[in-house]
Unconditional design. Structure first.
Length: 199
């Protein structure tokens, strides 16, 4: 009898409700200014990739995005006069992660059992019976491995007032998938989904 149970999730995400200052008047906000996103350690260009994913996601959500000449990005979220600063820290940016699951293969072969019985009816006659049974020891796999490669992106997001520094919204989200570019896009899109509830 052979059993092999392997469950590997291909796409994972971590969702929890963002922290929100419920007393803040978001209706007065007209725009948010996306601050420069620094590269993740040892991954040059990751900040620019996440920034592009962010602006793309804001546009998909229906907001106007304005990229100024001095590399500032403004997202128009309403008709109010005040503005908020939007900061993003890349907490994880893993190109690929290898998970090795060892397994082995072994054929235990067949076992043959012979049973011999004899009986004597008289001094001159005797009778014998021989029975043979064969059983298989089973198959066990051995000597190879499975490799699963995935990408992972994590983002820490904050909205705060530019002059007072007051934090009005905070969120941490990570997403895991097979392709790094698609994982970055999905992480940004899902992390920003909550914006529809406050603007």
């Amino acid at each position: 009898m052979k059993k092999l149970l392997l469950l590997i999730p291909l796409f994972l995400g971590c969702w929890q409700a963002p922290a929100l200052d419920e007393s803040y008047r978001f209706v007065n906000v007209g725009s948010i200014h996306l601050q420069p996103i620094h590269d993740y350690k040892h991954f040059s260009g990751s900040g620019e990739i996440i920034k592009n994913s962010m602006t793309h996601s804001f546009m998909k959500l229906g907001y106007d995005v304005i990229e100024n000449k001095n590399d500032e990005t403004e997202i128009v979220v309403g008709e109010g006069l005040s503005a908020l600063h939007f900061t993003c820290i890349i907490s994880d940016y893993t190109d690929k992660e290898i998970m090795v699951i060892p397994y082995y293969s072994e054929d235990r072969g067949f076992t043959e059992t012979t049973v011999s019985q004899s009986s004597e009816n008289s001094e001159e006659s005797s009778q014998s019976q021989v029975s043979t049974s064969t059983t298989h020891g089973g198959n066990v796999q051995k000597g190879s491995r499975l490799e699963y490669i995935r990408a992972r992106v994590g983002l820490m997001l904050k909205l705060h007032e530019p002059y007072t520094g007051k934090l009005v919204w905070s969120h941490h989200y990570w997403y895991s998938g097979l392709d790094l570019a698609q994982t970055a896009d999905m992480c940004a899109r899902l992390a920003l989904h909550e914006f529809r509830k406050i603007f």
